[in-house]
Design a protein around this ligand. Structure first.
Ligand code: SDX
Length: 425
């Protein structure tokens, strides 16, 4: 039985339907609000606004729950692989063994990048940020792989190309930025191993695949694979709503993820921890984070949805300890991170503001142990989030209720004024 909310405005009363999700979340359906009342809603940052209905990912910020297609992320991190989780997100279910094999073969078949794209990489300034390069090069893929008429085939091929080539593009960017020989993908290596080999193999020092590192990378990418309507996913949905090609919509998602308040936080966390380690000024950094007049935020802390704990952080912290222990690596930044976490979690400001470590707080230490350069940390986030962006984009274009995204506004500028000719100004 449909619930309603009553809205009293002026001398009239309106009824707005309430819709309920699978997990009991409720929303007021305001799709007829302006037609009925002449009113719109205003919600800076959309903190109280649902943009869509979705059956991909469920998050409960109070209970620290994250599930992809209903499966808890803890179980996927323990038992799945990044490619299997990508298949789950995009195809709505776990693959059969033969489907998973075919998916892996398709990814391998599409892992090369058009040779003409190398000149693009070679002409970016060596100091270019890899996220700027990745966003530009993903957008350029349409030029090298033109649209085909059969829509279903076009989508499947584009999805496979993106998932496979993003690894090659990321590794290529790294090698060329260092003036090193580009390493091609190999048909005998699985997804994560292939990426690591393209990044670190060299003619003078062959890369040795380490199961411990491969497992850590699989978990890292599983934890980043989707997160419902976050900033970059919203960018993909909004740009995709104009019916532009998927490469361009993903390029927009990469650009949004680059921001230090979003995916760029993993790089910002390491820079912050390094600065604390160098200056031994943890107390001052915490005071700055608490100072309302200081725009500085404690990187890797806080979240729009998680107001108790980020389930991904708990898993990432375990991966971090296990990886450093097995690799016999001791990273002073891990000690700084743990001390900072302990102090902040005891501090009233962080408790009262519901600020807890998020996925980015320990992820950078895992990437450092693997050997990923700091300026590629957000690229690693982008590779992980790609299946989620794709799944969300597919859901939006398949949604009969999905429309071109075009929000309204409340105008606060001048009322009508006349043009003043320049000779009278
Ligand atoms: C990701 O959306 C997603 O799901 C994102 C993500 C994903 O997987 O896609 O989870 C990935 O982006 C994780 C978040 C990474 N960003 C950071 O770690 C950057 C540091 N965190 C903050 O910038 C902040 O916590 C946000 C942006 C993440 C969330 O901020 P909100 O929800 O917009 O909250 P807010 O800015 O309105 O802050 C509320 C209060 C403010 O204090 P008051 O003015 O109310 O007194 O909390 C304070 C803020 O000053 N606050 C912080 C803080 N985060 C919020 N104070 C100090 N340090 C912080 N990190």
């Amino acid at each position: 039985m449909t619930e309603f909310v009553k809205l009293i405005y002026g001398d009239r009363q309106y009824q707005l339907p309430v819709i309920e999700g699978t997990e009991g979340e409720k929303a007021i359906d305001i799709s007829a609000l302006r037609r009925q009342t002449g009113l719109i809603t205003l919600d800076p940052g959309y903190a109280n606004t649902g943009a869509c209905s979705s059956d991909i990912t469920f998050m409960d910020g109070e209970k620290g729950i994250l599930r992809y297609r209903g499966i808890p992320v803890e179980q996927l991190a323990e038992y799945s692989t990044f490619i299997e989780t990508s298949y789950l997100l995009i195809n709505r279910r776990l693959p059969s063994p033969s489907e998973l094999t075919r998916f892996s073969v398709l990814l391998n078949d599409n892992s090369l990048v058009h040779e003409d794209m190398r000149s693009f990489y070679e002409n970016f300034p060596r100091s270019s940020h890899p996220m700027g390069i990745l966003s530009a090069m993903v957008n350029a893929l349409r030029s090298f792989y033109p649209e085909i008429q059969n829509l279903e085939e076009e989508i499947n091929l584009t999805v496979t190309r993106l998932l496979s080539k993003i690894r090659t593009m990321a590794a290529m960017s790294y090698k060329i930025s260092r003036g090193h020989k580009v390493v091609y993908p190999r048909p005998d290596l699985a997804y994560c191993d292939n990426f690591l080999n393209m990044m670190f193999d060299s003619p003078v020092k062959p890369y040795r695949i380490d199961r411990v590192v491969t497992t850590a990378l699989n978990v890292f990418w599983i934890l980043h694979a989707d997160h419902e309507q976050n900033c970059s996913t919203t960018a993909v949905r909004v740009v995709g709503s104009a019916r532009v090609n998927l490469y361009s919509a993903i390029s927009a998602g990469i650009a949004a993820l680059w921001g230090p308040l979003h995916g760029g936080a993993n790089q910002a966390v390491i820079e912050m921890l390094s600065q604390i380690a160098e200056n031994n000024n943890m107390a001052q950094v915490i005071e700055r984070a608490k100072d309302k007049n200081d725009p500085f935020r404690l990187m890797g802390f806080g979240h729009r949805i998680y107001k108790t704990f980020d389930p991904r952080m708990k898993i990432m912290k375990k991966v971090c300890h296990r990886l450093l222990e097995k690799l016999k690596v001791s990273d002073p930044l891990l000690d700084v991170a743990q001390e900072l976490e302990e102090i902040a979690l005891r501090d009233d400001y962080f408790i009262e503001h519901h600020l807890y470590p998020n996925v980015d707080f320990y992820s950078g230490i895992v990437l450092r142990a693997i050997g990923i350069p700091t300026n590629m940390f957000t690229v690693m986030f982008a590779i992980g989030r790609l299946p989620g962006w794709i799944a969300q984009w597919k859901e939006s274009i398949d949604d009969p209720n999905w429309k071109l995204c075009r929000p309204r506004q409340i105008y606060t500028g001048p009322q009508e004024t006349a043009y003043v000719p320049i000779e009278q100004r």
